[in-house]
Design a protein around this ligand. Sequence first.
Ligand code: ATP
Ligand code: MG
Length: 429
Amino acid sequence: MLWLALGPFPAMENQVLVIRIKIPNSGAVDWTVHSGPQLLFRDVLDVIGQVLPEATTTAFEYEDEDGDRITVRSDEEMKAMLSYYYSTVMEQQVNGQLIEPLQIFPRACKPPGERNIHGLKVNTRAGPSQHSSPAVSDSLPSNSLKKSSAELKKILANGQMNEQDIRYRDTLGHGNGGTVYKAYHVPSGKILAVKVILLDITLELQKQIMSELEILYKCDSSYIIGFYGAFFVENRISICTEFMDGGSLDVYRKMPEHVLGRIAVAVVKGLTYLWSLKILHRDVKPSNMLVNTRGQVKLCDFGVSTQLVNSIAKTYVGTNAYMAPERISGEQYGIHSDVWSLGISFMEPLQLLQCIVDEDSPVLPVGEFSEPFVHFITQCMRKQPKERPAPEELMGHPFIVQFNDGNATVVSMWVCRALEERRSQQGPP
Ligand code: ATP
Ligand code: MG
């Protein structure tokens, strides 16, 4: 075909590209892109995320000349779609026809809520670096699309979080301490995760918890969940954090080492960051490692407030499979104990808890995993806390070094595929 021979669309370089994002049962949003040929898959998902903030979009589709739907999940597939689209544009130009926008159909894991979005337009200014922060055209209601990150930070970090501004949506899960909800923050138009914990404590203790949580505003690492604020209403505290659309690692099936390796790198970096602030995590386990469709991995639920940890512990006393032996037997807790939990999080807890205290550490089945991986886990799970790797040794371990290449696409693709698989098992939403 002609368009294949044309290379990187020379005639199209300066063309404005209009992408029409079709919304199931709800119309469409037109997105104007000023440098279409450089557009990346991630840019498109980001804009879809702003148009459908409540849905988790993992891929999108377009229609070929026969009306068959073709799925786009990567930059390569994006290129193929753009090549195809530009070829149809050329044909329309040659025939003197009106140029049709490029229609795409988001594949969301959750349906969008009932919102009237007819006639909304998104406009991205020229320049490739602008793709990921589309400017919103003036006609938009102020909270229908994402605000600039500076503006958001101001709204969210001003201690202005309150119950009235939050609309609770789905339940994301229950833990021992409370329940986590997906929620919509009206003033910012942002989706949050809100953890609600019932606590029958005095006003004095409530104040102490709030001041202990202050340090979370200062946590600024891409490996730590973003904190937006907390508030008490009657006998419950709500803690508002960044929503991670991939959920926690405990619900993912066994993953290949090159995916797990990248996740481990992020977890080690997150822990190293916390330790540098003199914060021990104290609850390292897969359900406190969150992932998203961008391929980011972030830690949550670390023990920054002693009072909060103590108050929750009053209603729940127990051990879990990820706790270090010295903790189970009531000895001192330190960085080394976090390191043990890190190790065991990345292998199946094969043995009973008692074995961890009394017998040898569990080992990974021989032959199934690479030598550096087995060594990494074995070192983290040395019975003697002092024999476990220190933070800088973790970062320098061959298993971590091998996967410390900043490749988020590997995790992103894994998360997207897993979400799609889950959706297809659950049937249509
Ligand atoms: P525990 O109470 O023992 O720590 P847990 O970590 O499973 O157990 P919660 O912290 O209450 O319990 O979390 C419940 C579930 O909510 C998690 O398993 C996770 O799947 C989900 N979740 C928590 N925080 C977020 C978030 N920021 N974004 C998306 N999902 C989240
Ligand atoms: Mg948790």
